[in-house]
Structures are given as structure tokens and as C-alpha cells.
Design a protein around this ligand. Sequence first.
Ligand SMILES: N=c1c2ncn([C@@H]3O[C@H](COP(=O)(O)OP(=O)(O)OP(=O)(O)O)[C@@H](O)[C@H]3O)c2ncn1[C@@H]1O[C@H](COP(=O)(O)O)[C@@H](O)[C@H]1O
Length: 110
Amino acid sequence: MTQSILEQLDTVLASRKTGDPDSSYVASLHHKGLNKILEKVGEEAIETVLAAKDAERDQDNSKLIYETADLWFHSLVMLSHLGAGHEQVLDELARRFGLSGHDEKAARDK
Ligand SMILES: N=c1c2ncn([C@@H]3O[C@H](COP(=O)(O)OP(=O)(O)OP(=O)(O)O)[C@@H](O)[C@H]3O)c2ncn1[C@@H]1O[C@H](COP(=O)(O)O)[C@@H](O)[C@H]1O
């Protein structure tokens, strides 16, 4: 089975916790600490909201997709910084959907 992009990203984000802040953006965020990471998550959330308003006005979702990717990315950095990962979020969504984490992973791996 090939690894999903989220699995690959989680692996890279974890490796950056001990990376060089001068050569890695993610390592620089971990180095600056949780407050800087939360500042970025807040900033990207606002940019996503503004992009959604523009998307409705312009009937064009391209900027919204770009900003949502930034928001998801920085949220993953936040989870990683605190020792969590995307799997736990997917498990929570699956639980709300009535699937066990195991069923949800099996459905994704099909
Ligand atoms: N997916 C991303 C990704 N998305 C966004 N960004 C960075 O997030 C930042 C977005 O913040 P802004 O738009 O506010 O830009 P900015 O003004 O330069 O940021 P600040 O000065 O405010 O911190 C930019 O610097 C982008 O380069 C990302 N940086 C890295 N990745 C992934 O993370 C991996 C590891 O990255 P490094 O740690 O840099 O090796 C990469 O291989 C990519 O897959």
C-alpha cells in the first residue's frame, strides 16, 4: 500500500522537530515554539475565510483551495508540535460518522 499524502507529511513534520531551523520552514516553526505556530494557524484561518468570501463573489475556488491547504498544513504542524497527528483527527471524524478508526482506515486503504 502506498502512503497517503497525510501520512508522508506527518513523517516529514516529525523529522523536522529536530531539524535545522535555518534550512527548514517547519523546523523554524518548531524552534520558535507553540505561540508562533498558533499565530500562523490563526493567520491562515483568517486568510481562508477571506478567500471563501472572494470565491463566492468571483465564482472561483482556486485561491480558497490554496489557502485551505495552508490552513491544513499549519494545523498539522500544530498537532505534530503537541505530539498528535492526522490519524487521531480522522479517527474522531470516523467516530462521529459511526465508523470505528479501523473501519475508516480500511475504507481509505481500498
Ligand atoms: N506544505 C508545506 C507548506 N505549505 C505552506 N508552507 C509555507 O508556509 C508559509 C506560509 O506562510 P505565509 O504565506 O504567511 O508566508 P510568510 O509571510 O513567508 O510567513 P511568516 O514570515 O509570516 O512566517 C510559507 O513560507 C510557505 O512556504 C509550507 N512549507 C512546507 N510544506 C511542506 O513541508 C515540508 C517540509 O518543509 P521544510 O521544513 O521547509 O523542509 C515540505 O516538503 C512541504 O511538503
